[in-house]
Structures are given as C-alpha cells and as structure tokens.
Design a protein around this ligand. Structure first.
Ligand code: THG
Length: 291
C-alpha cells in the first residue's frame, strides 16, 4: 500500500495540510523577482506595494501557501527577504515557502516566520544538505528536496529517484520527519528536451510509490519557449496530479491552470461531493456578472 503522508505548514494562526487525500495545495509563485520583471523593478525601487498586492490576489485566487523569492542581483538578500516577509504578513496570515539558495537569507527568513515554514529548497549536493537540513531541523520547518546534485540535473527518472532517496535519507538522519520532506522532480522546458515532461512524471510516480511523500514542482517551467503555454500548463498539471503531485508552485490567477487543478482533484476523488468545483464555478459566475 502506498502511504500518503501529510505535511502540515503553519502561519501565526492558520494551518495547511498537504496530502494526496486532500485537494491540491497551490503555492503561489508570483512573489519572485527572478521569474517576474515587474517584481524585480518594484523591489529595486524599494516599493513593496506589488508584493502586498500579489500576496492578497494569490490568496483570493486559491493559493494557501505563498512562495517568497528575494533574488534581486546585487541586493542584500537576507535583509530583503525579511522586508518581503514582513510586508506579506502585514496584509495576510498564510504559511510561506522560503525560496532561496542562500543559507544566510534562509536563516534570516526562518528567524522571523511564525509557525511552520516550507524551505525551498535543498538538493543532493553535500554543501546544500549540510547547510539547509540543520536549519530545517532547528526551526521545525518542512523542506523541498530538488532532484539534482553536484553533477547537475540527472537525465533519467531513475537517477532523479536516486537523488530523492539520498535527500530523504539524509533529512531523516538529520532528525526531520519523513512527512516534512517534499520532493520536486524538476519540471524542465519541453521545448529544449522532448522527454522533460515524461521524466518528471515518471520520477513523481517512483518517489510516491517508494516513500509516500508529498510532491511539489514549478509546474509552469514545462512550457517555456512554447506558444499558448496556458494549455500545456493546464494539461500537464492535471497529469502530474494523477502521478502524485500535491503542492505545485504555480500562478493561481491563470484560470486555465486553476480549472485544470479543480477538475483533476474531482477526477482523483479529492473533492468530496464536488463542492470545491461547484464553489469555484459560483465564484466565476459571480465575477462574470460583475464584468
Ligand atoms: N521548483 C521549486 N521552486 C521554484 C521552481 C521550481 N521556484 C521558482 C520557479 N521554479 C517557480 N516560480 C516561478 C515564478 C514566476 C514565474 C514562473 C515561475 C513567472 N514567469 C513568467 C513567465 O513564465 O512568462 C514571467 C513573466 C513576467 O515577467 O511577468 O511568472 O521549479 N521548488
């Protein structure tokens, strides 16, 4: 029997449970200057209004966790990520996913996050494992493990599974509960490699069957370089949910992706009596009438 482990994240007063037995958890991707030019320019100008708006908009559209990335070239990342966190918690009480490769920035963010955060991320490289796992343990945070190591991103599902297994082994040895490790199989652009989508889906299935852990990924990476990306993203995310994806990092403001997630949850028996689907339908109808 495959286990479906539950990861609990917390903000000051809210609690989010991630599991294959529950509707998909959307981690809102928009607070990210690396991925979004508008955020980069606002942060460079010392303006946090867009960050605050992105936090509110994404939560209103269904995100229950927010990814926070402070990757502004040349900026003091530990200070900047704390400023972003303070602005977000000022407008909304929601668990955060700390998206940084900088251990100082990670420690700075964890030191002011109330509740139980999600660290994004650790990878299979010794340097990363040694820096990130003790911080996760110290702050009682959950952690996303990326299926890559010093040799790069493995080209097969089998090799990505091996990296996931190593991260899980090291994390549990470091005192982190298995349910607090979330694996990211790495969705890469299919325009560059036709097998990129397939490899990530196969990796998800292997990891889920062996460990029962939760699965995250940046699900929109898959369509980079392609036209009409929304259709690819929507179809791919539904397929990944079937494979075992539980907490994609995505943009909940895109209706196509949102609807695909709801339909996938309904199809997977994760939406009791279709209440999630019906509620979202009523919300769309209301918005159509306003327009
Ligand atoms: N795995 C994990 N974390 C991740 C990723 C992943 N974090 C970063 C990234 N990948 C996911 N986040 C984003 C954030 C924003 C955008 C895409 C991915 C985005 N991109 C616009 C686009 O695609 O066209 C840019 C347009 C703009 O400038 O506004 O918005 O894979 N663990």
């Amino acid at each position: 029997m495959t286990r479906n482990l539950t990861t609990i994240l917390k903000s000051k007063t809210k609690c989010v449970a991630i599991s294959r037995d529950l509707p998909t958890t959307i981690i809102g991707e928009r607070i990210n200057p690396t991925g979004r030019k508008a955020v980069l320019e606002a942060l460079r100008a010392g303006n946090f209004d867009l960050v605050r708006k992105d936090a509110l908009d994404q939560a209103a559209a269904g995100a229950t966790v927010l990814d926070i990335n402070a990757g502004v070239p040349g900026a003091d990342e530990p200070t900047l990520i704390q400023h972003i966190l303070r602005n977000v918690v000022d407008v909304i009480d929601i668990p955060l996913c700390i998206d940084t490769a900088n251990p100082q920035a990670l420690a700075a963010a964890l030191s002011i996050h109330e509740g139980k955060a999600l660290i994004n991320s650790v990878n299979g490289e010794e340097k990363s494992l040694d820096a990130v796992l003790p911080l996760a343990r110290e702050h009682g945070a959950a952690v996303i493990g990326l299926c890559l190591d010093g040799a790069g991103i493995p080209p097969t599902a089998e090799a990505r599974f091996s990296v996931a297994a190593r991260i899980i082994e090291r994390a549990t040895k470091a005192g982190i509960a298995l349910e607090d490790v979330i694996i990211d199989p790495l969705a890469m652009a299919m325009s560059a490699d036709s097998y990129a989508g397939r490899i990530a889906l196969d990796t998800i299935q292997w990891v889920v069957k062996e460990f029962g852990v939760n699965i995250s990924m940046g699900a929109s990476n898959i369509s980079f370089g392609m036209p009409d990306r929304k259709y690819i993203n929507a179809t791919y995310i539904a397929m990944a949910i079937h494979a075992g994806l539980t907490c994609p990092i995505t943009n909940p403001l895109l209706p196509e992706v949102n609807v695909a997630i709801l339909a996938a949850d309904l199809s997977m028996g994760r939406d009791e009596y279709g209440m999630g689907w019906i509620k979202a339908y009523r919300k769309r109808e209301k918005e159509r009438k306003v327009q």
